[in-house]
Design a protein around this ligand. Sequence first.
Ligand SMILES: N[C@@H](CCC(=O)N[C@@H](CS)C(=O)NCC(=O)O)C(=O)O
Length: 223
Amino acid sequence: MITLHHLNNSRSHRVLWLLEELELPYEMVTYQRDTKTMLAPPDLKAVHPLGKSPVITDGGLVFAESAAILEYLQEEYGNGRLAPSAGTAEHRRLRYWMHYAEGSAMPPLLLRLVFDRVANGPMPFFIRPVARAIAKGANRAFIGPQLELHLNYMEQELSKSEWFAGADFSIADIQMSFPLQAAQARAGLNESRPRLAAFLQRIQARPAYQRAMERGGPVMPGR
Ligand SMILES: N[C@@H](CCC(=O)N[C@@H](CS)C(=O)NCC(=O)O)C(=O)O
């Protein structure tokens, strides 16, 4: 039996969504973030040393990293669904997006989150102007331009095909959902990028996505 160790409001939604897409039997253990630090509770470290989510166990196997989990589940239980055949151009694109989501799209989004907290977190009043100036400088010099670059790139890529890996919905779209939702929440992604906005609407309309939301709670990557 597959067990998903699910953290509320997190990347774990990706795995829950895939389990629902493939209609696999699974168990879910839910963990709640600390409301102040947003960190996972320490008991998640009993499952995997990093104590982050998602993590799954399947028999004696333990898997972390959302992309690795999605690929494992698809290869093991997908029966050819939700990924193009290995060796095709579509499969090479799928592999690219599986890596790009966490390796390239997430870092500037995480920096935006961290610097927003630097500017707005609790601190003595006389420090606040300095903290705000540092955050503004980082946003102007690096984070803002990088976010623009990546959002324009992703928008352009979706002019080539309806889904990230090609004509068909795949695990690459599940993997890409999180940075795009984070960009919507904290980087101003909106209707001015119509292909990305339509992508977000299309995924949210999928019955499996909705079942995952009902079971695991909402994803608000702005926090
Ligand atoms: N690159 C990893 C990131 C895992 C990760 O950072 N997960 C976050 C939730 S979105 C987490 O567990 N945060 C709580 C913590 O770090 O304590 C993946 O894609 O699975």
